[in-house]
Ligand binder design. Structure first.
Ligand code: RTP
Ligand code: MG
Length: 138
């Protein structure tokens, strides 16, 4: 047993396509508990912290611009191994190849969109989750 918290973001594509409820429903159905929830316009400063591991990569600036293009939904979920569990629900990074049954595999579109438009973010470790929760729920 490993009770964890994770930071989940529904990115601007998911919010604008009215998929927030459908995505959150999958997380709740898996048995995870919603702790905090809000709709928020990210700032560049928040995103610079959130994506600090990607600074300098070719996709970094387009990713930040995309994340600034509209509101996101930020949530903290709690549960047993929720960090790995949510990343399994989300599917692999690229919606084109994400498995059917996952959020990215089922809802990801593939008509010329960029990899960054992949609907959701989920923390990838206990350390990342603590850091990211501090950014989005300061
Ligand atoms: P996330 O952090 O959003 O949960 O996704 P992830 O771990 O699967 O992906 P990561 O490697 O951490 O990348 C963060 C986000 O950057 C965008 N990305 N674009 N080649 C590309 O154009 C590219 N690679 C990554 C995606 O939005 C990814 O979720
Ligand atoms: Mg990541």
């Amino acid at each position: 047993m490993s009770l964890e918290r994770t930071l989940i973001l529904i990115k601007p594509d998911g919010v604008s396509r009215n998929l927030s409820g459908a995505i959150l429903a999958r997380v709740e159905a898996k048995g995870y508990t919603l702790v905090e929830l809000k709709k928020i316009n990210a700032t560049r400063a928040m995103l610079e912290q959130h994506y600090e591991e990607h600074v300098g990569k070719p996709f970094y600036e387009p990713l930040v611009e995309f994340m600034l293009s509209g509101p996101v939904v930020a949530a903290i979920f709690e549960g047993n191994s929720v960090i790995a569990g949510f990343r399994s629900l989300a599917g692999s990074t690229d919606p084109t190849t994400a498995a059917p049954g996952t959020v990215r595999g089922d809802f990801g579109r593939d008509w010329g969109l960029k990899v960054q438009q992949n609907l959701v973010h989920g923390s990838d470790s206990v350390e990342s989750a603590e850091r990211e929760i501090g950014i989005w729920f300061a």
